[in-house]
Design a protein around this ligand. Structure first.
Ligand code: 3HC
Length: 694
């Protein structure tokens, strides 16, 4: 028996324990170990019952995701689950931490389940573009009902033990020590003469399933799951569960699971599972780097951004002081925060008491001396180098020794900002995305002189305030905006060439983007882009660059905030506007831009995506990003790219880099070298059949 699974018997109870750090995933050795342990249990005449329990921080957290995509190796999980269930002596799962995916399926193959109250169970396979393919889609509806099972599997959300207990997926809650509690529970079951309960033999309750149930369910989830492959597969599995004999439905589940596994969506979503975890690891900053204590934070600038940033810290119990230039501005800033919290309370997502607790630790100051005792100071003022340097000069005078001085710049040179201080080691960029209290992405910008402990502390703090932090280097726009610029450039160029903005946005939306590039530009503000253009020192020498946007700004169409930009707005709904088509036509004449006919959807996507991918390749070459997967994380968390595309770089890999380069050459022939020369890294990888993931 592999040592990752151990078998010990104490009197009549066998303890089968899994010990495979970090999360007891069901790797081949664990599956083999489980199989052997249960065979031993069946043959052990002294053992009357078995407890399946796990060592370490969690119960079995699922199949081993690193094995996916490789040839599967026997024993498969569904077989083990069935063998356990067929055992004639009772098996009890004793759960702590998280029993997820294949882990929860293993628990559902046990005859009874007990759990500590802090445990969670769930089937999150959908987040990996998969479904619970070890009979989970067949078992969960039998335990908690069809609707609840669908909700759990389509969302992938973990279910707290108490909720699972009330729903019927857990039979006993354990207070205190799990092993002791589980032992007591098993003794009780034995004394009552309890028999093995086989979940697969439980009849599914279909009493509340009407004739149109599945059609209505599909309608209900359509918006939430738009574009994703796995949710529909899950619904099909549950349909099979209620309409077919168990073995046939299991066969169907297996087929649908394999379709998911082979889909480009699952490959992309699995890539992101690891990408989300890899981006927190900084290659030259060791894990043991001592962190600076952060007990109090200051935010300089109480505008929408500053207020949102302050809320992040208050939300996790860290006192924040908001600095503004006068009482009126300060009061306005604090009011934005209050009204944001109020909106959350009104939606029922926070209690009035929680809101008060958070407001109690947010204070205001109009004087720099008010930030002197803060451990972290985040500047969040207007994007202007002179202003930022002035503020950092002030901070240098008042901040205590060792305080981290962070700038929420979205484009500017951190090294230049650091020069305004005598402590460049303490200066770093923290680029939040709007709305800062909602968006999960944080670009942490490392300057040439930023100390390693400042980087380590920033990455750790980001995690504490529940952000996904990606470490990037200094360049205009860092990773996200630098790649967003060519994306917007192509969108606007196509408008100049006669493609309607609504068509471009629709194609991008259908490809999976949360919003099209033109609607996003309107949301960010065309004036903001225009200002970026004017401050972009080495911008391409191209009079057509973002020309439509600049012209619209000139005539007062700044975007959503003026109810008119590339679109006009009825509330938040973008409505196409003939006036914009006219502006575009006039600009095209002025700039001598050739009009295109019959632009295909394929061309729209190629131009939007490949221009970004090429910029991403330059970014990698310049070592502005540490890994191509970090770039993917930026776009999925900060720019509304759907997880099933895996991010721009992963999308390039999916298409094939040779194909990307081939299309770029086509545009290069049409437009010249300026934008469409493949980056050396991209050209090299394409020529050698490589990929960014390599
Ligand atoms: N397989 C392989 N590695 C896994 C893993 C898994 N299922 N789950 C986590 N890991 C790895 C992580 O990559 C990470 O590795 P690293 O330290 O090298 O970066 C390490 O374990 C620790 O993971 P986290 O950083 O995520 O640790 P947390 O404590 O924050 O979270 C967790 C723990 C809640 C268990 C979280 O890791 C998680 O959600 N894991 C995935 C659960 C899941 O999706 N299970 C379903 C798998 S698919 C399946 O079971 C198919 C079946 O139906 C047939």
């Amino acid at each position: 028996m592999g040592e990752v699974v151990n078998y010990n018997r104490e009197n009549e109870i066998a303890y089968i324990s899994v010990n495979s750090p970090p999360v007891n995933a069901l790797s081949l050795p664990v599956r083999t170990g489980l199989q052997k342990a249960f065979q031993k249990f069946s043959a052990d005449s002294e053992a009357k019952a078995a407890i399946l329990i796990c060592e370490g921080r969690t119960w079995i957290a699922g199949a081993d995701i690193t094995e996916f995509g490789k040839p599967p190796e026997d024993p498969w999980l569904p077989k083990i689950v069935e063998q356990m269930e067929d055992c004639e002596k009772i098996i009890v799962a004793a759960i702590h931490g998280t029993a997820l995916g294949g882990g929860f399926e293993t628990a559902m193959g046990c005859h009874y389940r007990c759990a500590v109250t802090t445990a969670m169970v769930g089937l999150p396979e959908v987040t990996l573009g998969l479904l619970a393919g070890a009979t989970g889609t067949q078992r969960l509806p039998r335990l908690i009902g069809v609707k609840a099972a669908l909700d759990a599997m389509v969302s992938g959300a973990p279910i707290p033990a108490k909720v699972a207990y009330e729903a019927g997926a857990i039979d006993e809650l354990i207070e205190g020590d799990l092993r002791e509690g589980a032992t007591e529970y098993v003794k009780r079951l034995l004394s009552q003469g309890a028999k093995p309960i086989k979940v697969r033999e439980i009849e599914i309750d279909t009493s509340d399933i009407g004739e149109h149930f599945f059609a209505e369910y599909r309608n209900g989830m359509a918006k939430r799951t738009r574009g994703y492959f796995a949710p529909e597969q899950i619904v099909k599995c549950v349909e099979a569960a209620v309409s077919l004999p168990y073995q046939e439905a299991v066969k169907k589940e297996g087929e649908l699971f394999m379709e998911c596994m082979m889909s480009s969506h699952s490959v992309a979503q699995r890539h992101l599972f690891f990408a989300d975890r890899a981006c927190g690891k900084v290659l030259d900053v060791p894990k043991e780097t001592p962190l600076r204590p952060i007990k109090k934070v200051a935010v300089i600038g109480g505008g929408t951004m500053g207020g949102g940033i302050a809320m992040n810290f208050a939300n996790v119990g860290i006192p924040v002081v908001l600095k503004e230039i006068n009482e009126a501005a300060l009061e306005k800033g604090l009011e934005i925060i209050r009204s944001n919290y109020n909106a959350t309370v009104t939606k029922g997502r926070m209690s009035a008491e929680q809101m008060q607790d958070r407001l109690n630790i947010i204070s205001g100051t109009i004087d720099y001396s008010g930030v002197g005792d803060c451990d972290l100071i985040v500047e969040a003022v207007f994007e202007n180098m002179a202003l930022k340097k002035e503020i950092f000069g002030e901070l240098d005078k008042v901040a205590k020794a060792g305080a981290i001085l962070a700038s929420n710049t979205s484009t500017l040179d951190i090294d230049e900002i650091a020069k305004a201080t005598n402590r460049p080691g303490d200066v770093i960029g923290w680029h939040f995305f709007a709305p800062a209290n909602v968006m999960t992405l944080l670009e942490i910008v490392r300057g040439a002189g930023t100390s390693k402990d400042v980087i380590a502390t920033s990455m750790a703090m980001a995690k504490k305030i529940k952000k996904i932090a990606v470490l990037v280097g200094v360049c205009f726009g860092f990773v996200g905006n630098r790649m967003f610029f060519p994306y917007v450039r192509e969108a606007q160029q196509m408008i100049l060439e006669g493609v309607s903005p609504e068509r471009i946005d629709q194609v991008a939306f259908d490809w999976g983007m949360a919003m099209g590039p033109n609607a996003v530009s309107d949301l960010s503000g065309l004036d903001v882009l225009d200002k970026v253009k004017s401050e972009w020192e080495d911008r391409p020498e191209d009079p057509s660059l973002w020309a439509v946007g600049s012209k619209l700004v000139e005539i007062g169409r700044l975007g959503q905030k003026t109810k008119a930009g590339i679109f006009t707005y009825a509330g938040r709904t973008a409505v196409p506007d003939e006036a914009v088509a006219k502006v575009a036509k006039e600009e095209a004449v002025r700039l001598n831009v050739k009009q295109l006919e019959n632009v295909s959807d394929e061309e729209i996507i190629e131009r939007l995506m490949y221009s970004m991918i090429n910029e991403g390749a330059l970014i990698l070459e310049e070592e502005i990003a540490m890994r191509s997967s970090d770039i993917d994380v930026v776009f999925v968390h900060g720019y509304g790219m759907p997880r099933y595309r895996g991010g721009p770089m992963r999308y390039g890999d999916t298409v094939g880099l040779a194909k990307v380069v081939e299309a770029m050459e086509k545009y290069r022939a049409r437009y010249g070298d300026m934008y469409w020369t493949p980056a050396p890294l991209l050209a090299r990888l394409a020529a050698s059949g490589g990929s960014f993931s390599d």
